[in-house]
Write a protein of this length. Sequence first.
Length: 264
Amino acid sequence: MMRALLDRELRLAWRSGAEILNPLWFFLIVITLFPFGVGAAPQLLAQIAPGVVWVAALLAALLVMDRLFRDDWQDGSLEQLMLLPTPLVAVVLVKVVAHWMMSGLPLLIVSPLAALLLGMSLHDAGVLALTLLLGTPTLSFLGAVGVGLTVGLKRGGVLLSLLVLPLAVPLLIFATAGLPGCGRRAPGQRLSGDAGGVLNRQRHPVSVRHRRCAAADRAITRCACGRGHHNRVSKRLCGKRYINWRSPSGCTACADAGSPGWRR
């Protein structure tokens, strides 16, 4: 029964054609036009490419999301599906999977090409495609929730966008969080580095504090006698500031500034 329902949904979507081509063309047009708006700098495009691809995929998925239950609602087949001995949850799951296969899967296939067009490396494009593989089915399930609430309303497409977009924002954030500045670091390195830093601070709080406090800055000041420069080195150790004055000229007039050596 489940296989028959899946075949039915795929045949209906294949006959319409718009469910496949419209989001795909929209996705490619957005990716193509975006460099004209922000400039053609390769580093900038590679840095913002994950967000651009994900936003384009999200907006492209919204174009055909209302067709998830609308056609079945209009011809009355939705009530017939509810009367089947198959659980309603299974029917909805099949429809969502079929919707993703006809709308999300084409976007997933062309996403590496779009990432390469924006200057990402081949490895980073593959990682981006993996995030889309995990995230686009979630978009379909979120769309099923919104379509189920707005299927009986006239002009429910606008309301559907208002319902789905806030729910998709956390998905967009987490999907692109591990991919900032692609090409400059390995994907996932930012997240693992942040987690390692937190654990290191928890294990060795004193050593981290000493390393942070021991940063030194150098400042060159003019000697009072005009024959040399003071090499002033200041350090902060555990909140206390120490200053070392050195006079390359060996001038006695520099005694006002302080004798060589570390002084608080």
